[in-house]
Design a binder for this molecule. Structure first.
Ligand code: SF4
Ligand code: SF4
Length: 410
């Protein structure tokens, strides 16, 4: 089946009907986890408890909606079910191990969301603000300020004409500027000439995940134009969500291959360590657990980025990496994906707290990840976990920031 066919109503129905309701995706496979205690991997099912919130239930609901069997006017009940999926892809990954099928739960959820939004059902109220803000100021945070204010050297703020373009993203550019600064430190340490542009706009991820597609093609085409004008051959990302969207969604939206190569900063750092251009010399006495962002792992199938961030952590002198019960394909989402952080914040915080507890139980003193959005979710989870346990919150840090410390930066 071609991509266009998969996107169609028939394609969605075909994917929804491919689910055989075996229920294996309620938990990860025993071969992928070390403990039964940490075998749950569906955040929505874990929090809400009812079958409808797990993948087979949502696939069944999708089938009924696509066949016009569900009265959309009575939609409040389904709104929460459809929009509570973090689109983490854990069910899809498990399904791939056990069924050689066309089951694509994330694709079905996103497709049904778009269909519902088209018919005036959903998204959740705070998710609607993403689309309103993007329409007004081209970012989901409603920020009207220039997006590269974090760059201290003004001459670099709009430096164009380089082989490498750093796509900063809205969350990093407006909310986690230290990650942007750390990324440019890595680029500069490895003598990599790069461009950034204040004309870069939202990649479209929050809109695609919540079914609000009206402005998406415009965002993609404007961004591609800005990148092409810079002459870049490679685009580097520090946000896993932007990376997934550009690599997987942009070609589908453009109807053609991207006119540049793409690389996530974790891959870039691992490559530069191999070539000897990046050395981590500063000893750090830390017990580190690594959280796999869904958008860097399962969403990138069959090219999941699992080894590179681990390789970087393992190269920090003195740091000990602790293996979690749920890792890689079996990882538990941070709880923030798919618009859930904005739409259903208490549920997002609950899932993040569980993830942090898992790291703490394994003896970690630091939780490292490779996505600003996961950092945001896990930081809130760490505060919640600490408020309940009475302990100091677990330190949550993005990998590039850790690398900046490991090369002697502050
Ligand atoms: S999504 Fe896959 S694993 Fe889950 S119930 Fe359907 S067929 Fe089974
Ligand atoms: S994508 Fe994640 S949250 Fe959604 S049904 Fe699958 S496992 Fe559950």
């Amino acid at each position: 089946m071609t991509l266009e066919e998969k996107q169609s109503r028939e394609g969605l129905l075909d994917a929804a009907l491919s689910c055989v309701h075996c229920g294996l995706c309620y938990h990860t496979l025993p071969s992928l986890t070390e403990s039964e205690r940490f075998s749950d991997t569906c955040p929505a099912g874990l929090y809400f408890g009812f079958d409808a919130y797990y993948s087979p239930g949502r696939n069944e609901l999708a089938r009924a909606i696509l066949r016009g069997e569900y009265p959309l006017k009575e939609s409040k009940a389904i709104e929460e079910i459809i929009f509570s999926c973090t689109t983490c892809g854990a069910c899809e990954a498990t399904c791939r191990y056990v069924n050689d099928t066309n089951v694509l739960p994330v694709h079905v959820t996103e497709g049904i969301r778009a269909l519902l939004v088209e018919q005036g059902v959903g998204p959740l109220p705070s998710q609607k603000k993403f689309a309103e803000s993007v329409k007004k100021v081209d970012n989901p945070y409603g920020e009207s300020s220039e997006r590269n204010m974090w760059i201290e050297d003004q001459s670099r703020r709009d430096k164009l004409e380089s082989d490498v373009f750093y796509f900063v993203g809205c969350t990093t550019g407006y909310r986690y500027q230290d990650i942007a600064k750390a990324t440019t430190t890595v680029l500069e340490t490895t003598d990599t000439d790069y461009s950034v542009s204040s004309k870069e706009i939202c990649c479209g991820s929050p809109l695609i995940r919540t079914g609000q597609l009206e402005d998406v093609e415009r965002l993609v085409r404007e961004n591609v134009k800005v990148i092409q004008e810079s002459g870049a051959k490679t685009v580097i990302f520090s946000c896993a969500g932007c990376y997934r969207t550009v690599v997987k969604d942009w070609p589908r939206i453009l109807g053609e291959d991207l006119p540049f190569e793409t690389i996530h900063v974790t891959q870039f750092m691992a490559e530069k360590m191999d070539s000897g251009e990046l050395e981590l010399n500063e000893p750090m006495d830390m017990k580190i657990a690594y959280h796999d962002p869904c958008h860097l792992g399962r969403h990138m199938f069959p090219n999941a980025v699992y080894d590179e961030p681990r390789k970087v952590i393992d190269s920090i002198p003195g740091a000990k990496r602790i293996t979690l019960d749920r890792e890689m394909d079996a990882t538990l989402c941070c709880g923030s994906g798919g618009g859930v952080k904005a739409g259903l914040p208490e549920y997002a915080e609950y899932i993040a707290k569980l993830r942090v507890s898992e790291a703490r139980n394994k003896g970690a003193d630091t939780f490292v990840t490779a996505c600003p959005f996961c950092v945001r979710g896990l930081e809130d989870g760490a505060k919640k976990e600490a408020s309940e346990s009475g302990d100091k919150p677990l330190e949550v840090i993005e990998l590039t920031e850790l690398v900046r410390r490991a090369i002697g930066g502050k």
